[in-house]
Design a protein around this ligand. Structure first.
Ligand SMILES: NC(=O)C1=CN([C@@H]2O[C@H](COP(=O)(O)OP(=O)(O)OC[C@H]3O[C@@H](n4cnc5c(N)ncnc54)[C@H](OP(=O)(O)O)[C@@H]3O)[C@@H](O)[C@H]2O)[C@@H](O)CC1
Ligand SMILES: [K+]
Length: 527
């Protein structure tokens, strides 16, 4: 499990060590980790380190100090290093170390800006060490102009962000333009939550966590990400004497005359995700298509109450005029069973829900939900601060809310939040969300009542609905990636995601016996 923290949490965890006079030690560990990561990047791009050019953009605080110390290590290894001081001060000891190591120092003035931008754009590595966890707002004045000028040029090398890309909020991932997009972010002491939520994640590139010895002081994480080993532990496996009913039955209320395919794709997602049985409820013409496409599905003519299931999926492929389907969706919500409520069900739900109801909006649907609840967040606001938006929606509705995106976030109403980024941009295809709803529904049916499975993995009973939704997201994302890889990275259709899922499940399950989950993920790259 990757644990991510707010900037405030990490700073508080550093506090006891700072008080013990170990501030310099922490900074050296951070800078050493950053320099090592830069060397690793350079080695993957060129044969020799000697003579490689490194430009470090330096702010006035400790983030700049990290950058200066890292650059001094690189200068000592024979690299041509230039520090651009963006403010009227710089970390004194870091600057002295950099100059001792032979680095060149330039102050950023209006006159020097074009030349320095050209040098940075042509460098093998640019280190962004302007702002870290102590930043208030985005880049100011000259530093902002410099970043704009570098971004406008054809860059040669890689950008490595020190702790976080300057301008990205460590706690929320909100970003104030301009931000220099990083290829790699080297973050210290623990991942910052803002690196695992869009738009912060858009700017962060790959994320590498460098331990600096503060783990024992870190509190409960603000955000978590399931990795292979967590997925392996949480996935259910049929007992030897299992039968289809004991393995979990999912009721599906999806599809309409206009969108019959959504019902088929939701059922295919559920069947691929290990459920014992799928019961379908919907218009006869859609049921006919479901029977033809998925003969395993049992189509029912009974009411919601008459169908015995362990969980419901409602809403995929339904519109505001599908009154019978919407009535079924409301009955499912009222049943007290776990429910995944997708697409067309979202506008039809009561204002107050419970955590075992998992809502799965995309940004536009979440904005509409906010508007119905009397909150002004439009789509742009949701996309500008996904983490804040998903938490707000969960608190406001009392439901577990999953916000779909390149980084998918899931939040329980009391704050347990997961971030998954397992997929590929090819997953943004029609029907992909229907498959996802099916996968989550199948997992709710199989594991919703198994509190022990989650508590053994350190997830409280109340947080398991969010964990199940994150688990489904991780499987769906990995299946989409595998489906695309199977066609050499080419496009995929939604059905392929379902087709690829069982093999992903099988492969990741093999890890559950390997003990791999015991490793410390804090020293691992995030992706
Ligand atoms: N504690 C430790 O030992 C360790 C710390 N570590 C590192 O320290 C980083 C945190 O350092 P930090 O607290 O010094 O804050 P930092 O992010 O450098 O920025 C604050 C400075 O910038 C200024 N400033 C603020 N906003 C601004 C803006 N919008 N535009 C321009 N300037 C702005 C502000 O001055 P102000 O203008 O507000 O007077 C202040 O001088 C952390 O991310 C990690 O990299 C690691 O090495 C581990 C050990
Ligand atoms: K930075």
């Amino acid at each position: 499990m990757i644990s991510a923290y707010t900037g405030t949490q990490v700073r508080a965890a550093e506090e006891p060590l700072m008080a013990a006079g170990l501030g310099d030690v922490l900074m050296h560990r951070a800078a050493h980790g950053l320099a090592k990561a830069v060397v690793h990047e350079l080695k993957s791009h060129r044969d020799r380190l000697n003579g490689a050019s490194v430009v470090v953009l330096v702010g006035t605080g400790n983030n700049g100090g990290d950058g200066l110390y890292a650059a001094s290590f690189l200068a000592a290894r024979g690299m041509r290093t230039t520090a651009v001081l963006t403010g009227n001060a710089a970390h004194p000891a870091g600057l002295a170390a950099f100059e001792r190591a032979g680095g060149r120092v330039h102050r950023l003035t209006e006159a020097a800006l074009p030349g320095l931008a050209a040098e940075a754009a042509g460098a093998d590595v640019v280190i962004d060490a302007v702002l870290g966890t102590g930043a208030k707002g985005g880049l100011r004045e000259n530093a902002a102009d410099l970043v704009r000028a570098i971004t406008d040029k054809d860059r040669q090398g890689v950008v490595v962000a020190c702790d976080l890309p300057s301008g990205v909020d460590a706690d929320t991932g909100a970003a104030v333009a301009p931000v220099l997009p990083a290829d790699l972010t080297v973050t210290f002491g623990g991942a910052k939550a803002g690196l695992l939520a869009d738009p912060g994640a858009d700017h962060a590139g790959r994320v590498l966590i460098v331990p600096i010895g503060i783990d024992e002081h870190l509190p409960q994480p603000s955000l978590r990400r399931l990795e292979d080993a967590d997925i392996a532990r949480l996935l259910p496996h049929p007992a030897r004497r299992a039968q289809k009913y004991s393995r979990g039955v999912l009721g599906v209320v999806a599809g309409s005359e206009d969108y019959p395919g959504a019902a088929v794709l939701a059922c295919r997602g559920a069947l691929a995700a290990g459920v014992g049985m799928v019961r379908y409820l919907g218009p006869p013409s859609v049921a006919h298509l479901v029977r033809l496409s998925c003969p395993e599905v049992v189509c029912s003519t009974g009411t919601v109450a008459e169908n015995r299931v362990q969980a419901w999926l409602v809403g995929s492929g339904m519109g505001p005029r599908d009154h019978e389907q919407l009535t079924r969706a409301r009955e499912a919500i009222a049943s007290d069973l776990p429910v995944v409520a997708d697409a067309g069900a979202l506008p039809a739900l009561p204002a107050m829900l419970a955590p075992h109801v998992v809502l799965t909006p995309h940004a536009g649907e979440l904005a509409s939900l906010f508007q119905r609840l009397g909150h002004g967040e439009d789509r742009e606001a949701v996309e500008a601060g996904t983490l804040g938006a998903v938490r707000h929606a969960a608190e406001r509705t009392g439901a577990t809310v999953l916000l779909k995106g390149a980084t998918t976030l899931v939040s329980a109403p009391w704050g347990t939040t997961f971030s998954q980024a397992d997929g590929t941009a090819w997953l943004a295809t029609a029907g992909s969300g229907d498959v996802l709803a099916g996968v989550i529904g199948a997992l709710l049916a199989q594991t919703g009542s198994d509190v022990g499975r989650f508590s053994k993995a350190g997830i409280a009973a109340d947080g398991r609905w969010a964990a199940i939704a994150a688990l489904g997201t991780a499987l769906h994302g990995r299946a989409g990636r595998a489906a695309s890889e199977a066609v050499s990275g080419g496009p995929i259709t939604a059905g392929r995601i379902a087709d690829a899922l069982p093999e992903i499940w099988g492969k990741v399950s093999m890890l559950s016996n390997s003990g791999a989950w015991k490793r410390n993920s804090h020293s691992q790259p995030l992706r």
